[in-house]
Ligand binder design. Structure first.
Ligand code: FAD
Ligand code: MLT
Ligand code: ZN
Length: 480
């Protein structure tokens, strides 16, 4: 590690004046461990930060950005650091600052009549859900990392999660943003309006920009009524095609009550069983696929339950479900969701792996999997597929684990690029997207130009150049 230059020392002193001495952390303090901010969640990359800067309010963020802009210092915005594509950690140069948003975690306002909540960007998703619940409402965004990811990160990545089939992605839940631009100006866009046609949609430009266009400091988000009842079922299905058939039936029979539809293959559930033996994983040993369904918003629990039972009966008659359980109570429902949400951790415990968060039209997913599985098995003998995800949204986590006994590092070195190319070529053939929810980050930067429409890419580059001409906002991510 090289010692900071005179200019960098002066910058750090200025940042300490802005945020307070305790909120600018550097490697020069031997008692400070910066690894939690430098290491990505999947342990794919460990960067080296010039400093970790933790502003306490929007004015401080603006002052930090101005100071960095004046010295040409790149900024990597970071929320909960749960991103899966290496987008929120610094590179290895020792020249970038990490702008950690977690001190900015307040709920600013709830407007019950307008059905909105306004929060700081560093607010942890679970705390936001709880604040909504305490006010008598639902904030429906839900994902396995909700105990540590922040709404700023969710907006930065346009996170999906398990309720998209009914409520949409994070983008669909956001009405207004407050943003610090690359020049250190504050855009006061915290509108709670559901209609506003006064020009370009800057809010949607910022959402999903992965920190490359500016820093989101606060957001105004939609609230929904809490469902009168919520029931969860777990079904064994013989094929992925049968799961798609079940999805069609669920749409027909439950209508807007269908709030979750997740699919999991046998190997994924086997990993949960192996690494979390304390969890009870239902039905998995006797079937290649399981589906987790959620039915909400019905008049009452009895109504929801009879709807669910009728759906499962019809599905069994049509042979698209072979066995099923409906949770008897909230604890059982949480247990089923916990199994689903544990797949990511179980897969990480099994070793390094190649992740794909692809989307394909739902109708074509079974053919995609059959064909791509066969190609992969030919190219990488013994490869193990961890397939799961949000089938209701046409979003599959089509993940590739090293063959049994093969070291994850060696596997990635030899096969990562080949496997990515094979899978992404297939995604293109099936008219899908190479990222449905995790984003591009650093991991897919090299692949994006190969699969994104060239005109769209040129427009994206023009936007980046206009808004961040010095290329200081999370450089190297999304566009490279
Ligand atoms: P970070 O990881 O800190 O950052 C992510 C990106 O957003 C980076 O590019 C960063 O620079 C940028 N960013 C962060 N904060 C800001 C800000 N304030 N302004 C501008 N840019 C910012 N993702 C899904 O979509 N669906 C899932 O179901 C899902 N499940 C997950 C389950 C587990 C167990 C884990 C570990 C991850 C999961 N993820 C999922 C991925 C991850 O949780 C999401 O991408 C999440 O939105 C990241 O939030 P974060 O606060 O941790 O952001
Ligand atoms: C999920 O759906 O659980 C996530 O997107 C995380 C993952 O892909 O591992
Ligand atoms: Zn997901």
């Amino acid at each position: 590690m090289t010692a900071p230059s005179t200019a960098q020392i002066a910058l750090i002193a200025l940042l300490r004046q802005i945020c307070g001495p305790n909120h600018v952390l550097t490697h020069q303090d031997p008692a400070t461990d910066l690894s939690p901010w430098e290491q990505d969640w999947r342990k794919r990359v460990k960067g080296l930060a010039l400093a970790v800067v933790r502003p306490g309010n929007t004015q401080e963020v603006a002052a930090v950005v101005k100071a960095c802009a004046a010295t040409g210092t790149p900024i990597v915005p970071q929320g909960g650091n749960t991103g899966l594509v290496v987008g929120g950690v610094p590179d290895g140069s020792g020249k970038q600052i990490v702008l950690s948003m977690t001190r900015m975690n307040a709920v600013r306002a709830i407007d019950k009549d307008n059905l909105t909540i306004t929060v700081d960007a560093g607010c942890v998703l679970q705390n936001l859900q709880t604040a909504a619940e305490n006010a008598g409402f639902l904030f429906p965004l839900s994902l396995g990392a909700e105990g540590s990811c922040t709404i700023g990160g969710n907006l930065g990545t346009n996170a999906g999660g398990t309720q998209v089939v009914r409520y949409g992605n994070t983008r669909d839940l956001c009405l207004g943003l407050e943003v610090v631009t690359a020049q250190g100006d504050i855009w006061h866009g915290l509108s709670g309006l559901r209609k506003d046609n006064t020009g370009y949609d800057l809010r949607n430009l910022m959402i999903g920009s992965e920190g490359t266009l500016g820093i989101i400091t606060a957001a105004t988000l939609k609230l929904y009524p809490q469902p009168a009842a919520q029931l969860t079922a777990w079904a064994a299905v013989p094929t992925l095609q049968a799961a798609v058939q079940l999805l069609g039936l669920a749409h027909q029979r439950l209508g807007p009550g269908l709030t979750g539809f997740e699919v999991m293959n046998q190997f994924a559930l086997g990993l949960v069983d192996k690494h979390y033996p304390q969890l009870r994983v239902p039905l998995w040993q006797a079937t290649p696929w399981c589906v987790l369904l959620e039915n909400s918003d019905s008049e009452n629990e009895q109504h929801a339950r009879s709807q669910f039972e009728a759906l499962l009966e019809a599905a069994m008659e049509q042979a698209c479900v072979t066995d099923a359980v409906v949770a008897e109570n909230l604890a059982q429902a949480r247990g089923l969701w916990h199994v689903r949400e544990s797949i990511t951790l179980a897969q990480a415990a099994e070793g390094l792996n190649i992740k794909h968060d692809i989307s394909i039209p739902v109708s074509r997913i079974p053919a995609f999997v059959l064909e791509t599985d066969a190609l992969l098995a030919r190219e990488v003998p013994g490869v193990r597929m961890v397939d799961f995800g949000h089938l209701g949204d046409g979003n599959l986590h089509y993940n590739v684990q090293a063959p049994e006994g093969v070291d994850g590092h060696a596997f990635l070195r030899e096969f990562e690029d080949k496997v990515n190319t094979l899978v992404f070529d297939q995604v293109a053939k099936f008219e899908g997207s190479i990222s449905a929810e995790h984003g591009v980050g650093e991991l897919k930067v090299g692949k994006l130009p190969l699969y994104k429409d060239p005109t769209a890419l040129a427009m994206m580059r023009a936007v980046k150049k206009a808004l961040d001409p010095q290329n200081l906002m999370n450089p190297g991510r999304v566009l490279g």
